[in-house]
Each structure stands twice: as C-alpha cells, then as structure tokens.
Design a protein around this ligand. Structure first.
Ligand code: ADP
Length: 262
C-alpha cells in the first residue's frame, strides 16, 4: 500500500457505530498527471514554431524594404513552422478521436494488398531514392479500419525512412506467423537503446528531439500506432539494436483474418 494514495472517509452510522469508506485515488491521480503533462508538452511544442513565425512577422512589419531574397527565405521558414504546427494539431486530433468511445471501431474488410502497395509508394516517395524500400506481402485480408491501419502502418514506415541514414534498406513485410497476421517494418537504421524501448509509445517521448524535429516528427506517431493497434486487438513488438536497426511488428489476433463467412 506504500505507493498508493487512499482517501478514507468515516461516516457515522446508527448506534454510535461508524462506517469506514476507502477510495483508491492512485489511478485517478495518475490520469490527471498524464493529462497535465500532455497539455504542458503540447503547449511547449506549439510555442516554438509560433515564436519563430511571430519573429519573422515583426521583421516584415518593421523592415518593409527588405530585399526579395531575404523576404522569400523568411516566408519559407514561416511556412515550415506553420506546417509543423499543422502536423501537430492533426496528430493531436487523431489521438483524441482514437481514444474517444464515441468512435468505436467499425470493422470492414481491409484490402491489404492495395493498402500495402500504396504505403510502399508513399514510403518510396518520402525516401526520394535515398533508401531501398521493398514489400513482401503474403498475408490475408483482415477485418478492421482501412483508414486507421493506413495511418498506423504509414507511421511505422515513415519512421523507418526518418531514422535510417541514406543508403539503408527498409523492408515492409505482411505475413502470417503462427496463425497470426503480422505487419513488420524492418530497417537497418540508427536503432534505439534498450533503455528507451518501453517508453517509445508515450506521447512526445523521443530518443533524440532534434532529429525528430528536423525530420518533421511530432512525437505522437507511435502513440497513434499504439492506439490504432489497441482498437484492433493487436500489439506492437519492438526489437532494436543501436547502429544496427529496428524492427517494429504489429501482431494481429488470428480471429482478425477475413473470411467469406465473416
Ligand atoms: P517522432 O515524431 O519523434 O518520430 P514517434 O512517436 O513516431 O515520434 O517516435 C518516437 C521516437 O521513437 C522517435 O523520436 C525516435 O527517437 C524513435 N523511433 C521511432 N521509430 C524509429 C526507428 N525506426 N528507428 C529508430 N528510432 C525510432
């Protein structure tokens, strides 16, 4: 009981007896703390780009005669920061929606082959020829939300691009392992130290903040992946060795395999 916070109430009862009511507030305090941290982190993430944009706007107002090249450079920097804020707000809205009980999962048949081919194309486009990206897709269609899985798988694939140096390779694999469908993204990139693995799916947790930001990261990608998988009864397995690479595998229950009978 040492780490728990108990609220104890003594309520008078008949015949001079009393009732002792205890309530464990540990869990509600933990949730409250998480909510506070989330708001603090999100505000901090939004403040930095806002400061940059406001700074350039002030320059634009106070120096109306700036030459065109400088002005264009400032506009480009402002656009970049604006995009960063937009990505962040969109990821926050996605997370909120995924957690909301008002949006229960409505499973449909997910056409895996076209979905994975689309993700392959998008991953290759993001890499811009800097990596070898391949797809092996032997697995079946499953029941789930195509949109949510597109976003989860796309997040894992784009992370592989962002955390793998040029010249590296990225494999997208959809197969059945011991009766269970599995989507794995295997990269030979920078890898992750063992001390970080258990915290990676926390909101805004990053191993290297500057690398994440440089590559347009919001710090919410894996939190979104985790929630999408949770809604599908799936789990995320992460294996990684620093400087060797990482494997992120989404494992689905056998029952999620789509069959004609439903
Ligand atoms: P971010 O937007 O920062 O990439 P994510 O939630 O997607 O946020 O990932 C959290 C952190 O996990 C990243 O900041 C990065 O440190 C680490 N990470 C995620 N994917 C990989 C990967 N494939 N290789 C190495 N590190 C990764």
């Amino acid at each position: 009981l040492r780490d728990r916070k108990l609220i104890v109430q003594i309520i008078p009862f008949e015949n001079r007896r009393q009732i002792l009511v205890t309530h464990d507030a540990t869990e509600s305090e933990r949730i409250e703390r998480m909510r506070r941290d989330f708001i603090a982190n999100a505000s901090h993430e939004l403040r930095t780009p806002l400061t940059v944009i406001n700074g350039f706007l002030e320059i634009a107002l106070s120096q109306p005669d700036l030459n065109v090249q400088t002005r264009m450079a400032h506009l480009r920097l402002m656009t970049e920061q604006g995009r960063r804020m937009q990505n962040l707000v969109e990821d926050m809205l996605t997370l909120t929606r995924l957690e909301s009980i008002e949006y229960p999962l409505r499973p449909e048949r997910v056409p895996m082959r076209p979905l994975l081919e689309q993700i392959l194309q998008e991953t290759q486009a993001l890499s811009g020829g800097r990596h070898t990206v391949t797809l092996e897709a032997d697995g079946p269609d499953i029941k789930g939300s195509t949109d949510e899985l597109r976003s989860a798988f796309g997040n894992l694939a784009s992370n592989a691009v962002r955390y793998t140096p040029d010249g590296g390779s990225i494999r997208l694999v959809w197969r059945v392992v011991e009766g269970k469908p599995e989507f794995a993204v295997v990269d030979n990139g920078i890898g992750i130290g063992p001390e970080h693995l258990s915290r990676l799916t926390e909101r805004f947790y990053r191993v290297d903040k500057s690398r994440s930001r440089e590559t347009q990261g919001t710090g919410l990608g894996l939190a979104i992946v985790k929630h999408v998988l949770l809604r599908h009864g799936a789990t995320l397995a992460i294996a990684s060795v620093p400087d060797k690479g990482s494997t992120f595998a989404a494992r689905f229950p056998a029952a999620s395999i789509y069959s004609q009978e439903g």
